[in-house]
Design a protein around this ligand. Structure first.
Ligand SMILES: [Zn+2]
Length: 198
């Protein structure tokens, strides 16, 4: 849903898990903290089988698509195991316009970012840099009510998956793009049953 826009923003967003705001990173307002704390679902777990299928799809797709991830809720954790594909109005290598995922049955909305090589004008050096929510992505996530957004970077040498709570997108809605969170990224080599970051 749109290529990341500007590398300079990397310095501004950082991770919500950071113990203290880094230099240049906006502090959370009391309202932002209230939003974060009021959302019951804090963790996302992708079933290993689902993760394999998503990674396989992303590896082969040269255009963006959207999938609605479904599963169950246990406490503050969403466990997703299956997906349904919504109708897609428009799809290209760096954008996709789907019909909405049904909010009653969707816990996370997934889409892929096909890796097409480094692009200095967008600050993209590695496929990992493409695991971010672009401004159009953020607008879509904020406008939606689905608790999580998941992105796979496709056509890369290895599976790359990252995700965000919707409330993290709400809190960061004014940034140019929202990178993956470092803590989540560090958990990913285990892939199977990986839990989310902050
Ligand atoms: Zn996107």
């Amino acid at each position: 849903m749109g290529r990341a826009v500007c590398v300079t923003v990397w310095l501004m967003v950082g991770a919500l898990a950071a113990p203290a705001p880094a230099a240049g990173q906006a502090a959370l307002t009391p309202a932002d903290s209230a939003i974060l704390n009021s959302q019951p679902l804090k963790r996302l777990v992708l079933a290993p089988s689902l993760l394999r299928r998503l990674s396989l799809l992303a590896a082969g797709l040269d255009r963006e698509v959207v999938l609605c991830l479904q599963g169950t809720v246990v406490g503050d954790t969403a466990l997703v195991r299956e997906f349904a594909m919504p109708d897609i109005v428009h799809s290209s290598v760096d954008a996709v316009t789907p019909l909405p995922c049904p909010p009653a049955t969707t816990l996370a909305v997934w889409h892929n970012h096909p890796w097409v090589g480094p692009d200095s004008s967008f600050g993209l050096r590695t496929p990992e840099d493409l695991c971010s929510l672009s401004q159009p992505d953020l607008r879509t996530v904020v406008a939606d009510s689905i608790p999580f957004a998941v992105v796979s970077v496709g056509r890369a040498a290895q599976p790359i998956v990252c995700w965000w709570r919707r409330v993290q997108a709400v809190v960061n809605r004014h940034v140019k793009f929202l990178p993956r969170f470092p803590r989540q990224w560090l958990e990913l080599p285990g892939l199977a049953g990986a839990a989310s970051g902050p």
